[in-house]
Design a binder for this molecule. Structure first.
Ligand code: PMP
Length: 305
């Protein structure tokens, strides 16, 4: 099937019929919340990585923005599986999105219906095919992350990505793969769509959840795996120069998985190649994602698996 059907408010509809009105609130005011999830073709069958945690974050994001989703968490998880199975894809990217549709025009979101879609498509490696092995060159962004109590960073809301888009465009225009944003106080935060990890002297550091970051599910998985392997993981405030003197730096995210960073602002990180701890953690995560070795109950198998 070239364009898989899209789950739209409880029904699977053809790709071309999944449309909205141009006066939908979301188009004018950015009122959506969404998720990015992946289904992998593991050695044990097709499986979605941490489906329930992702859909729970969608429900949480909706709650923060006072959107009432008509479906409970179990129904939403089952709808994802139904959409994947209907598509016939054995590996895909999954995009659930809840948004304010067409009601009474004006800022007041409460006058507009809450609608939900789930779409799936084939998607390769986010930061380029070479990135997972060789790493990426990044810059510290000139745009900061939203200050606390401005736009809620814990919600994965469409409007938040206006900031991420500025960070990403700046990076690309400057010849980098990605930008790392600082908080308004100047501490390290995250990439436009990835969480950040820094390793020095064998200790793993990452900005705390309160630092205007999205609490990433890959971040949580990597912290869990690293601690199980005996590494110390510190969630601490760090200045930008911590990047320049790091032994290893890497990004985590559903799209980026574990992507090494080989330079920041033209400072070479460590040896300029994927470091040993990054390699170990990446391999451990890939054992789950590709080999289906799931000791944490992180995989939900789909189809005939
Ligand atoms: N931060 C931002 C801003 C993101 O968009 C993402 C991707 N969802 C992440 C971090 C990583 O989150 P996750 O590991 O849950 O994909």
């Amino acid at each position: 099937m070239e364009n898989p059907r899209i789950w739209f408010d409880g029904k699977l509809v053809n790709h071309e019929d999944a449309t909205v009105h141009v006066l939908s609130h979301v188009l004018h005011y950015g009122s959506s919340v969404f998720e990015g999830i992946r289904c992998y073709k593991t050695d044990k069958g097709s499986a979605v990585f941490r489906l329930r945690e992702h859909m729970r974050r969608l429900v949480d994001s909706a709650k923060i923005h006072r959107m009432e989703i008509d479906y409970d968490l179990d129904t939403l998880c089952d709808a994802v599986v139904e959409t994947i199975e209907d598509s016939g894809l054995d590996a895909c990217y999954i995009r659930p999105l809840t948004f304010r549709g067409h009601g009474k025009m004006g800022v007041n979101p409460l006058n507009n219906p809450v609608r939900t879609i789930i779409a799936v498509w084939e998607w390769g490696q986010y930061l380029g095919p070479e990135a997972l092995e060789n790493g990426v060159d990044v810059q510290v962004a000139s745009w900061s992350r939203p200050a606390p109590n401005t736009i809620p960073a814990m919600a994965k809301a469409g409007g938040n990505y206006i900031g991420s888009s500025l960070i990403k465009m700046d990076a690309i225009k400057n010849g980098f793969a990605e930008g790392i944003a600082l908080t308004v106080d100047g501490y390290l935060s995250e990439g436009s769509g990835e969480n950040l990890f820094i390793i020095r002297d064998g200790v793993i550091h990452t900005p705390p959840a309160a630092f205007s970051i999205l609490p990433g599910i890959t971040r949580d998985s990597i912290i869990t795996i690293a601690r199980e392997r005996g590494y110390e993981v510190r969630e601490v405030a760090m200045p930008r120069e911590a990047l320049y003197i790091a032994d290893e730096v890497f990004f985590t995210g559903t799209a980026a998985e574990v992507t090494p960073v080989r330079s920041v602002d033209h400072h070479v990180v460590g040896g300029g190649t994927r470091g040993p701890i990054t390699t170990e953690l990446q391999t451990a995560l890939f054992d789950v994602l590709h080999r289906g070795e799931d000791s944490h109950g992180w995989l939900r198998f789909v189809g005939d698996a």
